[in-house]
Design a protein around this ligand. Sequence first.
Ligand code: FS2
Ligand code: SF4
Length: 535
Amino acid sequence: MFCNQCEQTARGTGCTKVGVCGKQPEVAALQDLLIYALQGLSQVAVQARAKGVSDAAVNRFISEGVFSTLTNVDFDPARFQVLINEAAGYRTLLASKAGVAVNTEAAAFTPATTLEGLVAQGEQHGVTEALEVHPDLRSLKQILIYGIKGLAAYSDHAAILGQEDEKVYEFMQRALAATLEPKSLEELVALCMECGQVNLKAMELLDAGNTGTFGHPVPTPVPLGPKAGKAILVSGHDLKDLGMLLEQTQGKGINVYTHGEMLPCHGYPGLKKYPHFHGHYGTAWQNQQKEFAEFPGAILMTTNCIQRPADSYKDNIFTTGLVGWPGVTHVGKDFTPVIEKALSMPGFAKDEDRGTVLTGFGRNAVLGVADKVIAAVKDGAIRHFFLVAGCDGAKPGRNYYTEFVEKVPADCVVLTLACGKFRFFDKKLGDIGGIPRLLDVGQCNDAYSAIQIALALAGAFECGVNDLPLSMVLSWYEQKAVVILLTLLSLGIKGIRLGPSLPAFITPAVLNVLVENFDIKPLSTPDDDLKAILG
Ligand code: FS2
Ligand code: SF4
């Protein structure tokens, strides 16, 4: 196997024996083969679209298939076997519906009939020289493929909430097809930038889906201590799953808790209205083996990031949607098995007060007090904004973000989003004239909200985003972070600090392009970086 798509890749170069995430070589090969099958299906879809045919089922399937290969989503070989065969089936159907020729190797690919045969096929189609011989072009093709993985995740989430856009699907398929074609450095850079632009649209669709269904988030204190009683813990990112679970657990004497990226759900009026939606438990995804083992109820994983479940809680954890782990019970949207499991478990014995954290500072809440914020900047009460955001992970170097936020001067405001916030989410940073110094904008996809806030401030100050007193200090782990970075770059945002380490799939020459055009910087120390930013 060879996989280097995430930040924790082995030795900082690539997982070759088994994934640090727990991905087995056979699953790695099956994921590579699924991407290959989807590249072939995309080639057919591009030809079909040229003849005026776009198929809704194919569009959704490509998003779901690509999303399944994102880090920490699906580890189940049996599910990939099904997806690979479905990809070939959709391709044949679409080709005949549109009357197009299946005339490339990828489009004509026939899946082997056994799992072993599929694994052997997958081993021929990794992100190695098989994809592209030239290392810099391969690097750019990898950035594009990983960007498309992040884009697929957001477009799938949005589609679940009824928000789809043909432009997103058109790009995803054209770009997937392009990764199999000879392309120049300039063409690939342009496709990466387009990926970022299209992802802004996908995040906008998801924002419309989330806020249209559950209302705009409002500032909300979230208890960190449990309440006596039966319990269900929900992790991942899916608001609709949480909404359905809250509906199905009403009046059952079960309290529902969020884990990881679900924390911002407490700010949504359509979710916080449930009295049994109690609070937040634990921290970020990489701590789940310890935290889930201590949770006295059932656990539902709605999306990434799942880790290998320890035996102590393997019977209490359930997957839904695209998430999969072999041997873990997978449920549909009738959550009865999860509810019954929770009722059979002890739950929390007593109430515990562990304080609260604030969430709910989406674009609506922040821009609702825009006048106050602008006045605070103009009169010097707020000197600078920092967006300290992105993914969390296991590396010790991620303490940088905790130390950085601790050292941010008292006249500066920190905006945060995604699971990287767990490095500092419970710090009491106080406020500046009633504006909290730590503002939780939401999940990773709420980068859309942060961008809208930055654009509105730039409008108010009649300057560009790069001229605002705003600096971005980002942490990456998986491919949603890759596509958000592409979105920020495609908006022309410069001077982003990126850590904890730079991606293994970026060659020195490609890094040079990023540094020259976007002034991307690796992390130094919190003290040096703060000094460099604030002067
Ligand atoms: Fe965090 Fe994991 Fe949100 Fe990423 S919960 S690293 O996949 O999507 O962020
Ligand atoms: Fe390794 Fe990350 Fe790939 Fe898992 S997803 S195999 S940890 S590079």
